[in-house]
Each structure stands twice: as C-alpha cells, then as structure tokens.
Design a protein around this ligand. Structure first.
Ligand code: GDP
Length: 546
C-alpha cells in the first residue's frame, strides 16, 4: 500500500503568491477614489449593488470609510484593508486617506503594497496631492496604473492629460483605451487592445450595448453610429497607433511608464475592463529588502512587518489591531514567530482577515495578504515578525511634523483615560507627543503632519476614551532632536520663538518658529546635533507599552 504523496509546500506557496495582488488607490480628494473602490467591490461581489450605491448617494457609506469623523466630514482619514476574490485572484486593496493632513498614514500604507492605482479627475488632471503621493510611489518604484475618471462630465483634452502626466510626473503615459466624444457628448471608449468600441449608456435603464469590434479605419457603420464624434476619433486613433509609445512591461514594473484608462466610476463605465486589465498587469508580491538581504515571497520561512496600528476599529471590541503585511512564507494561526524588536518569540493567536471595519478569524495567509493581529501592546509600526533566522525589514520612514499644539484635558478627573488614549494614539502614529521638561506629562504638546490630525485626536479621545480636550495651536513649524555635550547644552541661551521639550523617552526636542531660526541655531551652536526623528535610530514609533 502506498501513502498518498503530499504536494511540497513550495508549490502551494508559489501558486498562492502568483495569485495575489496587493495595491492601493491614490488620488487627490474628490477625484473619485471612494467611488472607484466601491465599484471594484461591486464587481468582485464583495458588497451588494443596490444597498451600497443608494446609501452612498445619501451619505458616505463606502465600506472603507468607517470612522464617525470621516463620515461627518466626508473624507477618508485612516486607511483600512479590503480583501476580495475576483476571477481566481486574491486582491488586497489597502485604502488610503486622500486628505493631505493624513499623508503619513498613506505613506505607511504605500510601504505595504506592490502596485498603485492613480485616479485623476478628467477636468483637473494632476492635483497637488496626486503629486505628493506619486513622489512616494516613485521612491519605492511602485508600478502605477492610471484611471482618468469622470468622463461623463466635461473634462480636459485627453492628449493634454497624457502630456501633463509625462511632464509633471516624468512617467511615460500609454493609453489602453480612448474616450469618444466628451462631456454631454461622451459616447464611450475605444479599446486599443482588443480593438473594439465600448458604448456608454447614460441612464441605468438603457440596455447595455454589446461592444463593436473595430479593427480598421475607416469604418462606415461606426461612422454612422458615432456621428460627429467619429472624425476626431479616427484621427486620434491614427495618432496613437502611429506615433504613440508602446507599452513596455519592464518599464511599467519599474514605475517609469503608466498604462492609462479612461472611465467613469460613478456611472460604472470602464471600471470592469480596468479591473480586468489591472489583474493582468499588476505584479504579484515581490521580494523585500531586509537586514539579511532580499527576501523573496516564495521563501518558505514566514516573514512580515507591521505597517499600521489602529485602536478601536470596532466599537464592540475596543481593542487595537496591528496590520501585518506578509512578505514571505505561509502564515498560520497559532504559529510561533520571532519578534525582532523585542528579541523574543510570540504566538500568533487570533489573526484576522479585515474588510473595512469587519473582521473574521483566519487559519492561514500568504505573501501579499494583510493580517490583522489583535495587539496587546506587543507591536509598533515597523516591527518585523519572522520564523527561521532573525531578520528585520527596512524601517518605515516618518514625515517630520509641521503643526504643533498644546493638548488640554477638560476633565481633570479622567487623567488615567487621558494618558491611555494619548499613548495609544501615539502608538498608532496619529501624532507625536512631547512634554515640557519641568511639568512632565502635565500639558502634552502634540506634533502632527497636518492640522486635521488634531481634530482626529480630540474627537477620538472623546468618543473612544470619554475625555473632552482642547488643542491650542502653537506657532512653531518644525522640530529637531538636539543632542550634544550636556554642559554645553545646559549653558545655551535659546532665542525667542523656540521651545524646549522632551519626548516620551526623555530626549530633548526643540521646536522652532521658522526654518531661518533653525539655521541660525545650527550655525550658532555647531557642536550640537539637530536631527529629525528618523535620523535618531532607536524606536521607529512610540515606545512600546507593557
Ligand atoms: P474621493 O474623495 O477621491 O474618495 O472621491 P469620491 O469617490 O468621494 O468622489 C467625489 C465626488 O465625485 C462624489 O460626489 C462622487 O459622486 C463624484 N464622482 C465620482 N466619480 C464620478 C464620475 O465618474 N462622474 C461624476 N460625474 N462624478 C463622479
């Protein structure tokens, strides 16, 4: 009798890696990221059509927009993760906040993806926040696909939009489809790959029209169907197919070339072809740099890193979730892993699959997946977990804070909740907290990348920890960790418009009212070091709690 032959693990692992796509959508606020996210979820069957779409027209109800403040303000503040299956592919979509005040959260999320989708408003093109987020993608050479949205409305000339992508972002833009007509006269898309025409139906009641194959121009029946829009289309297609740049997969994977798709997320047009192309073009999880060299996803030993911590995602659970991106190997519930920063082994109990604010326990996960770990104070952003020989992944960079404010508790009886809330929000990376050297812990000074983060702190302290607070803005614009000979430091007379504080670990931090003032102090005291936090080494985020 022969025993059944078990398939080697590496086969399963390679197959699972090959069918993963982990990406984020980046856009300037209002370009249509939330709408596109929702439509992608609709196609995958992850949310149901009628409910989601109708609810959304009355309020912000996309699954990924879950915090109270987000709903009240209609902006996406914290990023979350959505996992769904589509045509045999397991897609991990990491949602990112569009508002610039939350760039840091977006930045961390972009460290955990393998590709990005850039959504542009066809009437606006590249906007300031698009540029900022693109710069982050560029640093990591993340491949980007572009979706030019709102084609149902008047927009800019498509060739201008392509040129703007090339000029402003320095990336070759290669259209995969092309709009026919514009605004009220928008009739559909010419699919340059197939090639065929997809017809736009302005009202939902109209029957969807079958695509028309159009391989050669002139095409009399298409001319009849399109009317006035036919002439320009024929010329534009001739231009694109003649002199147009060809798609080059290697340049796309290196982040140097972006495939461009036109469509309208709101009216559901062009979204399905985009999703299909995305699954085909976007890369599966790749190798990642670590202290021990490149770690390929098919390495049998498990490894991953924490890129986000979020407290109180679910008001019913009131716990903290660490978002772990798996880099290599197979993750299993209850496995023992090495925690590099704590230098000890821990058990992976209660891993979760996340879907916006919903969660369910999972038994296993693979590279590219994001696992939610309920965090009893064990993790901070940037932590590496692995089985096998110890390693740690590159640190997650931080944005230097530009806004500062004193946080005052209005409820002096609730000191304990106040301190707990403050510490947990700092661990999430919502803001940094400094203290006056003489009144330790009395009047914390908050440091944030954007002012809206102060609103988030105040709102969350009240709703999650029951403490009313006020933030009083300070006029400082930058902070530096200052170190040097203690005697020299003690004798320094700091000019006006500076403030001396300490961080949670007792290290000296100076706030400055202007760049010029910092430059003056650096010149005046050349023996001292003025550093950004990420230059300090040590911990990557708030100190861990016991
Ligand atoms: P986000 O801030 O990038 O997430 O943008 P949203 O998805 O919330 O969209 C911003 C606004 O643009 C909303 O009012 C949407 O209904 C609208 N919108 C999104 N996509 C389209 C589109 O394809 N056409 C039109 N006309 N409006 C759209």
């Amino acid at each position: 009798m022969s025993l059944p032959i078990e398939k080697p693990l590496s086969d399963d692992l390679s197959r699972e890696v090959a069918r993963r796509r982990t990406f984020a959508i980046i856009s300037h606020p209002d370009a249509g990221k939330t709408t596109l996210t929702e439509k992608l979820l609709l196609y995958s069957g992850a949310v149901h059509l009628a409910g989601a779409v109708q609810a959304r027209s009355h309020q912000r109800a996309a699954k990924s927009d879950w915090m109270e403040l987000e709903q009240a303000r209609g902006i996406s503040i914290t990023s979350t993760a959505l996992q769904f299956d589509y045509q045999g592919v397991r897609v991990n979509l990491l949602d990112t906040p569009g508002h610039q005040d939350f760039s840091e959260d977006t930045y961390r999320t972009l460290m955990a993806v393998d590709s990005a989708v850039m959504v542009l408003d066809s009437a606006k093109g590249i906007e300031p926040q698009t540029k900022k987020l693109f710069a982050v993608c560029r640093k990591r050479n993340i491949p980007i696909m572009t979706f030019i949205n709102k084609m149902d409305q008047p927009g800019r000339y498509p060739f201008d939009l392509l040129e703007e992508i090339e000029q402003t972002l320095g990336m070759t833009a290669v259209p995969f489809n092309w709009p026919i007509g514009e605004g009220a006269g928008f009739q559909g898309l010419y699919d340059l790959q197939e090639p065929q025409v997809l017809f736009f139906q302005r009202t939902l009641h109209n029957q969807r029209r079958a695509p028309m194959r159009v391989e050669t121009f002139p095409h009399p029946s298409l001319a009849e169907t399109l009317g006035e829009a036919y002439g320009p289309l024929q010329e534009e297609i001739a231009l694109l197919t003649g002199a147009g740049t060809k798609f080059d997969r290697d340049r796309f994977l290196a982040g140097q070339l972006t495939p461009v798709f036109f469509g309208s997320a709101l009216t559901n047009f062009g979204v399905e072809p985009f999703l299909n192309a995305f699954l085909h073009l976007a890369p599966p999880p790749g190798p990642r740099r670590s202290s021990e060299g490149l770690v390929p996803p098919t390495e049998s030993k498990f490894s991953g890193f924490v890129f986000k911590i979020q407290a109180n995602m679910d008001p019913q659970h009131r716990d903290r979730m660490a978002f772990l991106r798996i880099v290599s190997g197979r993750f299993e519930k209850d496995m023992m892993v090495y925690h590099a920063r704590l230098d000890r082994k821990i058990r992976m109990t209660r891993p979760h699959r996340l879907f916006g604010r919903d969660r369910e326990t999972i038994e296993e996960a693979y590279p590219g997946d994001v696992v939610g770990l309920v965090n009893p104070g064990l993790f901070i952003i940037g932590d590496t977990l692995c089985s096998g020989s110890p390693l740690s992944f590159d640190a997650i960079p931080q944005f230097p804070p530009e806004c500062f404010g004193v946080l005052r508790s209005q409820d002096l009886t609730k000191q304990k909740q106040f301190q707990k809330g403050l510490q947990q929000l700092e661990e999430e990376g919502v803001m940094q907290v400094f203290y006056s050297p003489d009144h330790v812990r009395r009047e914390p000074v908050l440091a944030a990348v954007g002012e809206l983060q102060f609103d988030v702190v105040a709102s969350r302290l009240e709703s999650e920890y029951g403490v009313k607070t006020l933030v009083e803005r300070m006029s400082f614009v930058l902070a530096r960790w200052v170190s040097g000979d203690p005697d020299a430091l003690a004798g320094i007379y700091w000019p006006q418009d500076t403030r001396r504080l300490v961080d949670r670990e007792g290290r000296m931090v100076m706030l400055f009212g202007s760049e010029r003032l910092l430059a003056y102090c650096m010149k005046e005291y050349p023996a001292l070091k003025f550093q950004l936090r990420e230059e300090m080494g040590a911990s990557n985020s708030a100190s861990p709690i016991s």
